[in-house]
Write a protein that binds this ligand. Structure first.
Ligand code: URA
Length: 235
């Protein structure tokens, strides 16, 4: 059992104060009864809550796909920089959202934003081998040797060893890369070890979840139940 005001805050109906106002003004019903106390304890999974006559579809957690633009940082909050949370549309904003994994400020593409910590952990742990696929453009020529080097596990100058990765050459200066871990600047450093600089980087797939091509840069939408399921099966 949870407090009604807390439930409504968690579902994006505003701050605790705003929600309490909604309740006091008799805008909220639970199973058909007008509620006047924000402290009322209910089971949100088994009650019909309506706000302004509209049924609230209770979701314990939310899972969002964003096509991250360059120029925003993947953090929940930042004193100076705009974050991926700042650019979410109002209807998807909730408390406790965070990006599941990081993309550099200048990297674009698929970003998952959620408030489900267990899910994020499962997604990011290298143990689970959820592959992240990137499209990269380079400032020099790619070679078949590099494909082997990626496959054997790249070693950075400081001795850090990467797990085996897949390099798929698209043309002389562009390629797809798949990695199942997320070391700091990993893709850029892997190419750097081969004498190449990344000029453009975009994440296009996480596990079995592809970036929706209809989702323009900077846009977000909720992930469907099916998409959430395929993340972990299409590795
Ligand atoms: N690897 C990078 O170098 N940068 C990213 O943003 C993601 C992976």
């Amino acid at each position: 059992m949870e407090r009604l005001d807390k439930i409504l805050v968690s579902q994006g109906f505003g701050s605790r104060r705003e929600v309490q106002k909604l309740i006091k003004k008799k805008n909220v019903t639970v199973d058909g009864e007008v509620v006047s106390s924000p402290e009322l304890k209910i089971d949100p999974e088994n009650c019909l809550i309506k706000v302004g006559g509209q049924a609230v579809e209770f979701k314990r957690y939310i899972y969002i796909m964003m096509n991250k633009p360059a120029g925003v940082v993947s953090a929940s909050s930042d004193k100076r920089e705009k974050t991926v949370i700042d650019i979410l549309p109002e209807n998807l904003k909730r408390k406790n959202l965070f990006p599941a994994g990081r993309l550099d400020k200048d990297t674009e593409g698929l970003m998952i934003i959620t408030d489900d910590g267990d899910f994020a952990h499962k997604l990011l742990s290298p143990k689970n081998h959820v592959y992240k696929r990137y499209y990269a453009e380079l400032d020099g020529e790619l070679s078949e040797d590099m494909v082997n080097n990626f496959k054997n596990g790249i070693e950075f100058k400081d001795g850090t060893k990467c797990l085996p990765a897949k390099l798929e050459i698209k043309d002389k200066h562009s390629a797809f890369v798949e990695i199942c871990e997320g070391k700091f600047h990993q893709v850029k450093k892997m190419f750097k070890s081969q004498g190449l600089n990344v000029k453009y980087l975009k994440r296009v797939k996480i596990g079995g979840l592809e970036l929706d091509v209809k989702l323009h840069t900077g846009m977000s939408r909720e992930i469907t139940k099916y998409e959430k399921f395929v993340i972990f099966i299409g590795k």
